[in-house]
Design a protein around this ligand. Structure first.
Ligand SMILES: Nc1ncnc2c1ncn2[C@@H]1O[C@H](COP(=O)(O)OP(=O)(O)OP(=O)(O)O)[C@@H](O)[C@H]1O
Length: 272
């Protein structure tokens, strides 16, 4: 009796808060180009708000993975879901944006006009543009280009052009940012600076980021998790949790923990 009274006195557990949909889910997804299999049976779940970096040997399908997620190429089999939607629905709803290695700015438009371009295109096509985001001017400030709004692309350095491309990618408030070696062509100092800036942007905007790189230190520095792919055909080798505290600092790269992660990933890469 005493036990029964005790049991009924226990408060029912509060209902768990509903989990936000994952930013991306792949279920046995494969990509084929003719008879060639670029990605085979890839299954993953990318949590909303996470920062994933993607590493793997040349030709293992890193760019193909981003193109699959962004509806640029179809899955030959399996499923891909972006924020609970199909990749096409997510593209039409502008849930994601892409940043490539080359900034691909229009040379006759100023930095500000380049950032505003997706809004103009959206309006012309009658696509609903999400309100209450940051303005193009605010985004240029966020990426450290306050005062350079009226500069043409040829008047900006490579790093600055890439920052304009990031601001342009953020103008429609994407929930998922796909970055394909965005800093691969930049010198080391500029890359370090942009790495720090990207982490700040990630923290401020809560955007989920999938970031392809060839650089092991960059993958460790930026990522909460590293997706290591293997080649022939492209498959998931391992997801490595990077348990280093945020905010990250350049100094962290000299710590034994950082070097241990880098060493582990190097060994893994050699056997992919
Ligand atoms: N449009 C295409 N037609 C045929 N094959 C393709 C096509 N796009 C990619 N591939 C092949 O798919 C494989 C994966 O290419 P992908 O560009 O995704 O590799 P990656 O890991 O990004 O390479 P890298 O590190 O060299 O940039 C490669 O073998 C590539 O040749």
């Amino acid at each position: 009796m005493a036990v029964a009274q005790k049991l009924t006195a226990i408060e029912p557990a509060a209902p768990a808060a509903p989990r936000p949909p994952a930013a991306a889910i792949l279920r046995n997804a494969s990509v084929r180009f003719g008879s060639f299999t670029a990605i085979q049976d890839l299954s993953l779940e990318i949590e909303a708000g996470a920062f994933y970096t993607i590493l793997g040997p040349s030709g293992c399908g890193k760019s193909t993975l981003l193109r699959l997620v962004s509806d640029l190429i179809p899955a030959a089999s399996g499923e891909v879901e972006i924020l609970g939607k199909s990749t096409e629905e997510a593209r039409l709803a502008r849930e994601f944006a892409f940043v490539f290695q080359d900034a691909t700015l229009l040379p006759w438009r100023t930095a500000l006009q380049n950032v505003e371009l997706p809004l103009e295109i959206g309006r012309k096509r009658g696509v609903a543009v999400k309100p209450s985001g940051r303005s193009a001017r605010e985004l240029l400030e966020l990426v450290g280009l306050k005062g350079r709004e009226d500069a043409l692309p040829h008047e900006l350095s490579g790093g600055m052009r890439q920052r304009v491309a990031i601001a342009r990618a953020l103008i429609c408030q994407p929930k998922l940012l796909l970055m394909d070696e965005p800093f691969g062509a930049l010198d080391e100092m500029t890359r370090d600076h942009l790495n720090l800036q990207l982490l700040q942007i990630w923290e401020e905007t809560s955007t989920t980021i999938l970031f392809v790189t060839h650089s092991i230190p960059e993958a460790v520095f930026l990522g909460q998790k590293v997706l290591m792919l293997r080649a022939h055909p492209g498959r998931l080798r391992e997801v490595v949790d990077i348990d280093l505290p945020f905010p990250r600092t350049i100094k962290q790269r000299e710590t034994p923990e950082f070097m241990r992660y880098a060493g582990y990933l190097r060994e893994l890469l050699e056997t992919c």
